[in-house]
Design a protein around this ligand. Structure first.
Ligand SMILES: [Fe+2]
Length: 233
């Protein structure tokens, strides 16, 4: 009888290493799927409150990601940017409809309450594992480059780069998008306003990067989002 025995897989063997890699890959896929499900679920919540359109969030995410890539953000930051671009206004779920839907200018008290939406969004998203950083980026998406924004009055690079990107893209998208009570601004006027507030409200590097491709890509992005280009130009 031979003493030779077939070795069983044990720690450190190539077989075990392959199994370990496969398991890690499966966990990463599960984690990514869960993350996407959470984003979709929150997006639906925004739709239920009529706070969002798929078009709006798609445009934001596409433009934001493009700016982030051009500015050299790392992959993890780009992932947070995608979440922040899609869900930056999730906190508006906590704002009364009378304020959200008011067609006239908000009074001081109403505006104070409206400004709470960035903190509300942070408070919700920070509880989800993996969304903590994006929650902070959302908390600061209304900071102003000169320090006059809210909630913390951060300025310049104190403001997270993802928040600075979302701020510019969101403002531009709001300017060119039509609402039931007003027509969107023409592209040229929106660009003029972005440039005017570059260095005060907006990060000049973000504005510059965004405008370097916005005009050429606008028709593509709008078409992909299902919006006629003519509505924005
Ligand atoms: Fe906001």
């Amino acid at each position: 009888m031979s003493n030779h025995q077939t070795p069983t897989p044990s720690e450190g063997t190539p077989v075990n290493g392959a199994l370990e890699s496969l398991r890690i890959k499966q966990l990463e896929e599960q984690s990514a799927a869960l993350r996407n499900s959470v984003i979709c679920a929150f997006n639906q919540l925004l739709d239920l409150k009529d706070l969002n359109t798929g078009v709006h969030s798609t445009r934001l995410a596409e433009w934001g990601m493009r700016v982030g890539q051009e500015l050299g953000l790392e992959e993890s930051e780009l992932q947070n940017l995608e979440v922040a671009a899609l869900l930056h206004d999730i906190g508006k779920v906590g704002i009364p409809d009378a304020i959200l839907r008011k067609p006239d200018r908000l009074d001081a008290d109403e505006y104070t309450l409206m400004k709470k939406h960035s903190e509300y969004g942070w408070a919700v998203l920070r509880m989800l594992p993996g969304f903590e950083r994006a929650a902070l980026d959302i908390l600061h998406h209304h900071e102003s480059f000169d320090g006059k924004g809210y909630p913390a009055g951060l300025k310049n690079t104190e403001i997270p780069v993802v928040s600075r990107i979302v701020c510019v893209i969101d403002a531009f998208d709001a300017m060119v998008s039509s609402r039931p009570y007003r027509k969107g601004l023409p592209y040229a006027e929106a660009v003029r306003r972005l440039n005017e507030a570059s260095g005060t409200q907006f990060d000049p590097a973000v504005v510059r990067t965004f405008l370097s491709f916005a005009h050429a890509e606008m028709s593509t992005v709008f078409a992909a989002a299902g919006t006629p280009v003519s509505s924005a130009l």
